[in-house]
Write a protein that binds this ligand. Structure first.
Ligand SMILES: Nc1ncnc2c1ncn2[C@@H]1O[C@H](COP(=O)(O)OP(=O)(O)OP(=O)(O)O)[C@@H](O)[C@H]1O
Length: 366
């Protein structure tokens, strides 16, 4: 059982402020992923939770108890690093048992704890090997085993899969999700890989320049991004951003998109006026081949079997547009196509990059 609350946490290194007033309430048994570009402060925040770094201001609360000044060992937290940090001269068994030897745990309990962790992580037949005899994925499992035996309240992971190749990363993602369910533990996981975030998280914290841009479930961030930044970070292929000009604000937002296509979008028009520039966010998967809509010149076409991905530009303009269409879509590279777009699937961002909230359709007109 462990809840984790961060209250007004900030961090400066000398004159450089790298975290700004972070407030987060992480629930018991939640799998929360910190995601964001390099340098946004993910690892620093994780290290502050672990007690490896001291916050400049603010507090860290675990299960209602303020641990801001507690020693890392006394926080009931275990951290798994990208680099595995295994002892090369010790066997898998001794690597996993190491924290328990430090705690001077009696031999029968130690043996039981190592056997249980090895069983969970399918390492039982590897216990007598040295780390050098293991694959990258197996080494990372040993590092996780060393965390499990400590029976922590909270697991922290700092980019644990980034040293693995793509196929192994995919397998380990599934294993980590299963482990989370099996252990029923609170987990905080740092990555810059949005696929890892989307597939593993109960909730995602998107960080930008040391600030929380948005905290929500993967589907919440995908369907309701609060900012252009979140919209651009979540979803693969990335969302398209089409420059547009506001032509009216009555009964929705009337816009003139680059390339000449006009639409009326069901969003709140508070704060925008005729003539304002906006950007219309359109996900590649939210378009379909049609008779009228956006005219696209197809520059590159990728047939993946199940889907066809096109990379092109809008009309003769330079603005790029990516679409994800049916595997057998009747289109060819070097030609033009017209894409229809449902207005309710569009996201609109103002000049500050904030989303204009969607208007909910009244019940009786649905
Ligand atoms: N010990 C330190 N001294 C000075 N600056 C630091 C220190 N540690 C981190 N920083 C700075 O704090 C900022 C956040 O770093 P941090 O490592 O937390 O980012 P990150 O989001 O984890 O990045 P990455 O994905 O590249 O690991 C960066 O600008 C970094 O240069």
């Amino acid at each position: 059982m462990a809840t984790l609350d961060l209250n007004q946490v900030s961090k400066s290194f000398g004159a450089a402020k790298v975290l700004h007033d972070i407030n987060l309430a992480i629930e018991d048994k939640e799998f929360v992923v910190f995601v964001g570009p390099s340098g946004c402060g993910k690892s620093t925040l994780l290290r502050i939770i672990a007690g490896l770094e001291e916050a400049t201001t603010g507090s860290i609360i675990i299960n209602g108890e303020d641990v801001s000044t507690a020693h890392p060992v006394d926080r009931g937290i275990s951290m798994v690093f990208q680099s595995y940090a295994l002892y090369p001269h010790l066997t898998v068994y001794e690597n996993i048992a190491f924290p328990l030897r430090v705690q001077k745990l009696p031999k029968p309990e130690l043996e039981e704890a190592v056997a249980r962790a090895a069983d969970i992580l399918q390492l039982t037949d590897k216990l007598q090997l040295k780390p050098g005899q293991l694959s990258g994925g197996q080494r990372q499992r040993v590092a996780i085993g060393r965390s499990i035996v400590r029976n922590p309240k909270i697991f922290l992971f700092d980019e644990p899969l980034s040293n693995l190749d793509a196929a192994l990363r995919g397998d380990m993602r599934v294993e980590l999700s299963q482990l989370h369910k099996q252990l029923d533990a609170t987990m905080v996981y740092v990555t810059h890989d949005q696929i890892e975030a989307m597939t593993m998280a109960d909730r995602i914290v998107v960080l930008k320049d040391g600030r929380v841009e948005q905290f929500g479930s993967p589907m919440d961030l995908y369907h309701h991004p609060a900012t252009r930044f979140v919209a651009s970070f979540i979803g693969q292929p990335n969302m398209n951003f089409v420059p547009a000009t506001v032509t009216g604000t009555k009964g929705g937002l009337a816009v003139d998109l680059e390339g000449g296509h006009q639409m009326v979008l069901p969003v709140d028009t508070t704060g925008v006026a005729k003539g304002d520039p906006v950007e219309v966010g359109i996900r590649p998967e939210d378009v379909a081949l049609g008779e009228s809509g956006l005219d696209i010149s197809i520059r590159v076409l990728e047939r993946l079997g199940g889907a066809t991905i096109t990379y092109g530009t809008i009309g003769s303009a330079e603005t790029r547009f990516c679409s994800s269409l049916a595997g057998n879509a009747p289109i060819e590279q070097g030609t033009n196509m017209t894409l229809t777009i449902a207005p309710e699937s569009c996201h609109v961002f103002n000049a500050n990059g904030d989303v204009l909230s969607r208007l909910t359709v009244p019940e009786q007109t649905r």
